[in-house]
Design a protein around this ligand. Structure first.
Ligand code: NAD
Length: 444
């Protein structure tokens, strides 16, 4: 162990080290707050100047973190939101939490990680620990981040330390908060691993060490591929069971009584969010390098991508049967556009695809989402960019021919839907859970 390692380890164990966290989004901001809670001083670095400005004024950019939590962090004097990357020179730990999307050709877009690494390299100094948290293909830390940092002449695991720790944040989950979710940490050297473990050990209840950064990267992809494949499976079963007149949710609930060997997953209108529709394809891309196919991943993607069309098929049949109407010109209300309940995140949400497809087919579509006032203009299909949520007014519901429940937010008056709208397509089993199932509710 070197003197710089010992010194850093001691300051981390004492919660005294300064930490720079790059990316103040769903992952980086809760991590920053948890680190501040554990005594660390945190530079919250982001390229988005209005976001940084808002944080300095106690304004949270995401609904799952309250303004008051940001204000409390500010009040400690240890939260320092910044657009100036040179402040990283003052930090002992630097954690990268930037986006890892797919390009238009559905290939990994590592540009955010690369530009973060370039910025770190500008002020890299001996004794710093760099941790990558963004979800990515196995090998990114060693094959992409390390070479950029080593261009400085400093060597990994000799001069500076490098680790990977996948983020498992579940925004909006009140039970499994940052602190309660065990952390996996992988590093190429014992020194790097011990500092990273000491840091995460101060902010979460449990740290799980693995033997390398590649293993830690693979852990995250395995978790997300597992979800994608199982959601696809249950979506496929749903389509079959529904045709047989069997209630899929009743099946899942009863199957869940088996105390071993079964784990419930629930069907829906597809998969959404930053992770499940995107991350599995990071492995698909990397597997091509060794000429191996990823058939499960592709099949799951195919089934999940089909689900918005399935919801529309169910709607078309229901309109024709109940109202003798076609989709064209039908007045349809979409309920919930966020990719999951009680949050505002619409990234990759399958509800957007339903919205777009219905418009394409000539339906008269509007939406209501208590968390989404307006769809953004960027990264949004032109047909629905800028669309605004209706203001909830029970007296106006009667004008709709049909509603499709796409996100089962708690704050929706399901009773009003049941009493006012003649056709309800339910992709989330929301009506049955409220004891509002009837012959005008169509599971999809
Ligand atoms: N959101 C989740 O629930 C979740 C869960 C687990 C893992 N992840 C992974 O964590 C990573 C971050 O995701 P997120 O949801 O926090 O993203 P996000 O879009 O909410 O936040 C990213 C932040 O990074 C900033 N940013 C972009 N480029 C930057 C750069 N070059 N330098 C500094 N800041 C930059 C953006 O302005 C934004 O504030 C991704 O790899 C994602 O797959 C996300």
């Amino acid at each position: 162990m070197t003197a710089s390692h010992n010194e850093l380890l001691k300051s981390v164990e004492a919660g005294k080290a300064k930490v720079a966290i790059i990316g103040m989004g769903y992952v980086g901001l809760p991590l920053s707050l948890a680190a501040i809670g554990a005594g660390f001083t945190v530079y919250g670095i982001d390229v988005n100047a209005p976001r940084v400005d808002g944080l300095r004024k106690g304004k949270s950019p995401i609904r799952t973190v309250k303004d008051s939590e940001v204000a409390e962090a500010n009040a400690t004097g240890r939260f320092l939101p910044e657009t100036d990357f040179s402040k990283m020179a003052d930090a002992s730990l630097i954690i990268i939490c930037v986006p890892t999307p797919l390009t238009r050709n559905r290939e990994p877009d590592l540009s955010y990680i690369e530009s973060s690494a370039e910025e770190i390299a500008k002020t890299l100094k001996p004794g710093q620990l760099i941790v990558l948290e963004s979800t990515t293909w196995p090998g990114t830390t060693q094959q992409v981040v390390k070479p950029i940092l080593e261009k400085t002449g400093l060597k990994a695991d000799k001069d500076f330390f490098l680790a990977y720790s996948p983020e498992r944040e579940d925004p909006g989950n009140a039970v499994y908060t940052t602190k309660k979710i065990p952390r996996v940490v992988g590093a190429a050297s014992k020194e790097a691993q011990s500092i990273a473990a000491a840091f995460y050990g101060r902010i979460v209840d449990k740290v799980v060490l693995v033997s390398s950064t590649e293993t830690a990267e693979a852990v995250k992809l395995t978790e997300n591929i597992f979800r994608s494949v199982n959601i696809a499976l249950v979506n496929e079963l749903k389509m079959i069971f529904t045709r047989f007149g069997i209630d899929t949710h009743e099946v899942i609930d009863a199957a869940s009584s088996k105390p071993f060997g079964f784990m419930p997953f629930y069907p829906g209108p597809g998969v959404g969010g930053h992770c499940i529709p995107v991350d599995p394809f990071y492995l698909t891309w990397k597997a091509r390098e060794v000429e191996l196919p990823t058939r499960f991943i592709e099949l799951a993607g195919e089934i999940n991508l089909y689900m918005p069309r399935y919801a529309i098929e169910v709607l078309t049949e229901a309109l024709s049967r109940e109202l003798r109407k076609g989709l064209h010109g039908a007045k349809v209300l979409l309920l919930g556009l966020a990719f999951k309940k009680n949050i505002e995140d619409v990234r990759e949400s399958p509800a957007l695809r339903v919205f777009e497809l219905l418009k394409e087919k000539g339906a008269d579509v509007t939406f209501y989402d208590p968390f989404v006032d307006e769809l953004p203009h960027h990264h949004m299909p032109a047909a629905i960019a800028g669309e605004k949520s209706i203001i909830w007014d029970k007296s106006k519901l009667k004008s709709f021919d049909a509603a499709i429940i796409l996100t089962d937010h708690d704050d929706i008056d399901y009773g009003a839907l049941a009493s006012e709208i003649p056709v309800i397509v339910d992709t989330r089993n929301a009506m049955a859970r409220k004891n509002l199932a009837s012959d005008k509710v169509f599971p999809a």
